[in-house]
Design a protein around this ligand. Structure first.
Ligand SMILES: Nc1nc2c(ncn2[C@@H]2O[C@H](COP(=O)(O)OP(=O)(O)OP(=O)(O)O)[C@@H](O)[C@H]2O)c(=O)[nH]1
Ligand SMILES: [Mg+2]
Length: 353
């Protein structure tokens, strides 16, 4: 039996879990994320049941080379947002530190303090061993946090591979963190980080070379976007008191030119400015309709991945049944692989009716 949207009904244990989730128990959120990570029986039905709750949280991606200070920045930003009254869910993909204890004691203590704070929820995930594709898993874990009611979700990923870039692109706003050391500007270009950045942060600005890196990023960025944007007057400052004048036609909204900020994440320097720029970007996304289109694109990509996952699963099931039926390779003799695939595709379609 399925509901109107074709999802199998929730089993009793999952119904109980859903009730605890809806009651706001952090345990139920943690358990649900584990089910998603393991692709445990019924996890898609659980996500389906929570789907109507999505869309409220603002999602922020933080990416950059290993050791750039992403976790330090994430915790400092989470602290800032929390102090301003917001609740924050954090997903850290494949962290070597300090979410898993690889860092200096000071970092660890800071992170542990954060982790026990009500209104903050931290989840670490390994990129290897993820069953159904990393970007689907992180997306669904973030969906669970959104459904749970977090105001903000921060996704930290090391910006070194395609799947990490995909994760970054699920966010409403993506922050690329670079450091003055080791020619990060060039690395960022190679890794495709320039393309995903809505904001750049030169972290470890207490180290030499920060100013130079900031300039470099600015230059590369303006080459990429085709030069500095034409300067259009900002929207704020419109005098609302002069109502009698005819309303001027709306000004065209300036394209987003990714700003380059500086920070010392370990001391919190530059973090209020970062939070303000993230807000400004969000306001821009809303004003231009980009928020909706970005989210729609991310939702479409998610649906595509879920379909692919379902087809793969059904294919594997059909294959297992086929092997049982025909016995290892004996039954394959005389059939081309294309014929076999056609027979099995027809069966999958028939069974899906
Ligand atoms: N000097 C200095 N050190 C920093 C700053 N921010 C972070 N660090 C240190 O840099 C080291 C790495 O920081 P992390 O926050 O773990 O970096 P990360 O990018 O999350 O690292 P991975 O997740 O392993 O890629 C830690 O020892 C931090 O204390 C900073 O602004 N200045
Ligand atoms: Mg980290």
């Amino acid at each position: 039996m399925t509901d109107s949207a074709g999802a199998p009904p929730l089993t009793q244990p999952l119904q109980d879990l859903l009730a605890r989730f809806e009651a706001g128990e952090p345990f139920a959120l943690a358990r649900s994320i584990s089910l998603v990570e393991d692709q445990a029986e019924g996890f898609e039905s659980l996500l389906h049941a929570l789907h109507d709750r999505l869309g409220r949280a603002r999602r922020l991606g933080i990416t950059g080379p290993p050791g750039a200070g992403k976790s330090t920045l994430t915790s400092a930003l989470a602290r800032l947002l929390r102090d301003a009254g917001e609740t924050v869910g954090i997903i850290a993909v494949d962290p070597s530190s300090p979410f898993t204890g690889g860092a200096l004691l000071g970092d660890r203590v800071r992170m542990d303090e954060l982790a026990t704070e009500p209104g903050i929820f931290i989840r670490s995930m390994a990129s290897r061993g993820s069953h159904g594709g990393l970007s689907a898993t992180t997306r669904e874990a973030a969906d669970l946090m959104d459904a749970f009611g977090f105001d903000r979700i921060i996704l930290e990923t090391v910006g070194v591979g395609q799947s990490e870039l995909e994760i970054a692109s699920q966010a409403d706003t993506t922050v690329v963190v670079l450091v003055p050391e080791s020619g990060d500007g060039i690395q960022a270009m190679k890794a495709g980080l320039m393309e995903v950045a809505d904001l750049f942060v030169v972290n470890k600005a207490d180290r030499p070379g920060a100013d130079r890196l900031k300039k470099e990023i600015g230059i590369v960025n303006s080459l990429r976007t085709g030069g500095p944007q034409a300067s259009v007057p900002a929207h704020h400052g419109v005098d609302l008191s002069r109502k009698s004048r005819p309303t001027p036609p709306p000004e065209p909204i300036e394209a987003w030119d990714p700003p380059v900020l500086m920070s010392v994440a370990s001391s919190g320097e530059g973090l209020p400015e970062l939070a303000a720029e993230v807000d400004r970007h969000h306001a821009w996304l809303r004003a231009t309709g980009s928020l909706q289109s970005r989210r729609a694109a991310a939702a479409a990509e998610h649906a595509r991945i879920v379909l692919e996952r379902a087809v793969t699963r059904r294919g594997a099931e059909a294959w297992r049944a086929w092997i049982e039926e025909v016995g290892d390779d004996a039954g394959l003799a005389g059939r081309s692989p294309y014929e076999t695939a056609r027979i099995l595709t027809a069966r999958i379609c028939r069974d899906a009716q």
